[in-house]
Write a protein that binds this ligand. Structure first.
Ligand SMILES: Cc1cc2nc3c(=O)[nH]c(=O)nc-3n(C[C@H](O)[C@H](O)[C@H](O)COP(=O)(O)O)c2cc1C
Length: 142
């Protein structure tokens, strides 16, 4: 079992309908590819975790990474894991409040994960929260 995590920024703000369309498509494709995972979205960023067969996950990520709906894609890691962490979720989407903490959005989702997977996801989210608050301090919202 293989997992991949990346972060990106939406190209433009997506409406609720657009997010739902994206999610439906992702769930449909992921079900056929036996991929599960989570997508966290707070209007300014995406954090996505994908798990499944390595070739399938890489194939899916290759498709996602050329999608014009997001940019500044940073691949955080790809590694082997001992078991599927999100067996029930072809792709669950958690919306976090704009300006809210990404870490707080991740926390409830990783309750049943292996410690190392949960810690990594929380670490990425916390690093992004820190970067966002540093950015906000430099250029306060108009
Ligand atoms: C933030 C984000 C996350 C996405 N996640 C997935 C995903 O988990 N699985 C997937 O198949 N497509 C995902 N997509 C959509 C793909 O980029 C692409 O549009 C889609 O896979 C094309 O599938 P189709 O040819 O069946 O329409 C995502 C797109 C974005 C912007």
């Amino acid at each position: 079992m293989y997992c991949l995590v990346y972060m990106s920024s939406p190209t433009s703000e997506m409406g609720e309908d657009e997010v739902q369309d994206l999610l439906r498509r992702a769930q449909h494709n992921n079900e056929s590819n036996d991929i599960t995972g989570i997508l966290i979205h707070d209007r300014r960023r995406y954090l996505q975790y994908l798990e499944g067969d390595e070739a399938k996950v890489e194939e899916t990520f290759a498709r996602i990474s050329v999608d014009p709906r997001h940019r500044a894609i940073i691949r955080l890691h790809g590694l082997t894991i001992s078991r599927r962490q999100f067996p029930g979720w072809a792709m669950v989407c958690q919306m976090s409040k704009a300006g809210g903490s990404l870490k707080a959005a991740v926390e409830p989702l990783v309750q049943n994960c292996d410690r190392d997977v949960a810690d990594n996801l929380l670490k990425f989210a916390a690093a992004r929260d820190q970067a966002a608050s540093a950015e906000a301090a430099r250029s306060p919202a108009q």
